[in-house]
Ligand binder design. Structure first.
Ligand code: SF4
Ligand code: SF4
Length: 473
């Protein structure tokens, strides 16, 4: 099997021999400071790195070069994403699942997990609860079960979610994290108005993948790995990739993750919209200690640093799996999106009595409310953003990438962040959070480069105070 990023075949674009050769090359050059400096000089141009170059940086343990990497990651984060952090919340529709993923409590053989699927009434309650917190952007999650959770149910749920208008609330972007499916089904999801299609590879190592996915449709490594190709063929041009760190060697996973990004760029002209960096966590019947590839906070921070440097145009997502302390550490290194006040159970936002009935997919480490998380971010100088503008303005796929590559995105993101934050402050924030937020907006408005955009933003902020909503650039 030959490595070929243009190939539609998983075994060729995520080529095992190429990954092993990459890791060997990285080991051989981990002390080659001349090469490392050359790679860092290239990274300095903010145009990204190859999987081979990134793999060398990952194993480099020279103190000074690592400091340079972190500074570079901080600078790229500032140049492309500023101090904005976009919020989203996961919404679990159903935990029925016919797969056997050994690291997930929803696996088909679980006897302890309570199976649940939201009916329409429950879905409305969940979405209303999310709107009442201030969320505007959701990521739908389901297990895989064509009988209990068919695509029609997911499509109907998307329709319902977009239709719910409670007080000033609205969900303006629904991202979808559901099992790998056909081109035809991806077209239907696209037509339903989804934002990003997210699917984690879990592990790119085929041998481990097969052990970890002993049965069910997901056990087909090729079908799963080629899912993003089918999504793009179905017209979805914003896709989100990721691995579950801890299942296999993080070095193997990172090289493969970048190969996947290179493949999408080579074949479709547009790389992944986002990369998620979940780590395996404790859950009902799942002990993360049983997986011997778990990574500590320092390695985790280095992974975020390298991803930021290697794919500057791709958003990095961090979830409430991570603690407040860990988030504080990695936010400046490149994170652009995070979940806040998440519930990882079916019906978790509206129900209060489910604690005795385990339906959670994993334990959440950060249990603060959205108001608290927003205030914490602002006190550190970040702007919590509820922006969903690009997808609603048709700026997806290569149109979004173009905007990002020319750094013009800053002219949209900054005012959109401030206007959506203002909505949050007016409608949902506590007086304390509101006071911090108003001050921040006053300061941040000055950073809008274009005078006309700044003027319109000021007018819109005033209009939001007067009760109007949903402005965007
Ligand atoms: S990871 Fe997804 S597919 Fe696997 S058992 Fe859990 S819900 Fe099912
Ligand atoms: S303007 Fe586009 S890229 Fe910027 S935060 Fe909004 S949706 Fe994201």
């Amino acid at each position: 099997m030959k490595y070929d990023p243009h190939s539609p075949r998983a075994s060729e674009f995520i080529n095992h021999e190429e990954i092993l050769a990459t890791l060997k090359y990285a080991d051989e050059n981990k002390n080659n400071l001349e090469l490392i400096d050359q790679i860092l000089d290239k990274a300095d141009q903010e145009k990204g790195l190859t999987h081979k170059e990134a793999s060398v940086l990952l194993v480099c343990d020279d103190k000074e070069r690592n400091e340079r990497m972190r500074n570079l990651a901080r600078r790229i984060k500032q140049d492309y994403y500023g101090n904005r952090i976009v919020f989203f919340a996961p919404l679990y529709l159903s935990n029925y699942c016919i797969n056997g993923c050994v690291y997930c409590p929803y696996h088909a053989g679980s006897k302890t997990i309570k199976r649940k699927k939201l009916n329409k009434e429950e879905l409305v309650r969940e979405v209303t609860a999310l709107q009442d917190m201030g969320h505007k952007r959701l990521a739908i999650e389901t297990g895989e079960d064509p009988v209990n959770c068919p695509l029609e149910y997911v499509l109907e749920s998307i329709d319902t979610i977009y239709s719910i208008k409670h007080k000033n609330g609205a969900i303006r972007r629904v991202n979808i994290n559901i099992a790998a499916t056909t081109v035809e089904n991806y077209k239907r999801l696209k037509d339903a108005g989804i934002g990003t299609y997210i699917l984690f590879q879990e592990t790119y190592n085929k041998e481990s993948y097969q052990k970890l996915h002993p049965f069910g449709p997901k056990s087909n490594y090729e079908y799963h790995t080629e899912a993003m190709d089918r999504a793009m063929e179905g017209g979805i041009d914003d896709v989100g990739i990721g691995v579950l760190f801890g299942l296999d060697s993080y070095r193997y996973e990172l090289a493969a993750l970048f190969m996947h990004a290179e493949h999408l760029e080579a074949r479709f002209g547009v790389g992944p919209h986002t990369i998620s960096v979940p780590r395996i966590k404790r859950a009902e019947g799942i002990d993360p200690g049983a997986f011997d590839n778990s990574i500590d906070d320092d390695i985790f921070a280095k992974l975020v640093t390298i991803i930021r440097i290697a794919v500057p145009y791709t958003g990095i997502i961090i979830s409430t799996r991570e603690s407040k302390e860990c988030r504080e550490k990695v936010l400046p290194l490149g994170v652009s999106q995070m979940s806040g006040a998440s519930k990882t159970s079916v019906g978790g936002y509206a129900e209060e009595d489910i604690e005795n009935e385990p339906t959670e997919q994993f334990d959440v480490s950060d249990n603060r409310t959205l108001d608290e998380v927003a205030r914490w971010l602002m006190e550190m100088g970040y702007i919590p953003s509820f922006c969903t503008a690009c997808y609603r303005e048709g700026r997806t796929g290569d149109r979004f990438m173009q905007l990002c590559k020319t750094k013009q995105i800053g002219n949209c993101c900054q005012p959109n962040a401030l206007m959506t934050l203002k909505e949050f402050l007016m409608d949902y924030a506590s007086p304390e959070t509101k006071a911090v937020g108003e001050k921040l907006i006053e300061k941040e408005i000055e950073k809008i480069p274009h005078p006309k955009v700044k003027e319109i933003t000021l007018q819109n902020l005033k209009a939001i105070e007067d009760g109007k909503r949903d402005f965007r650039f």
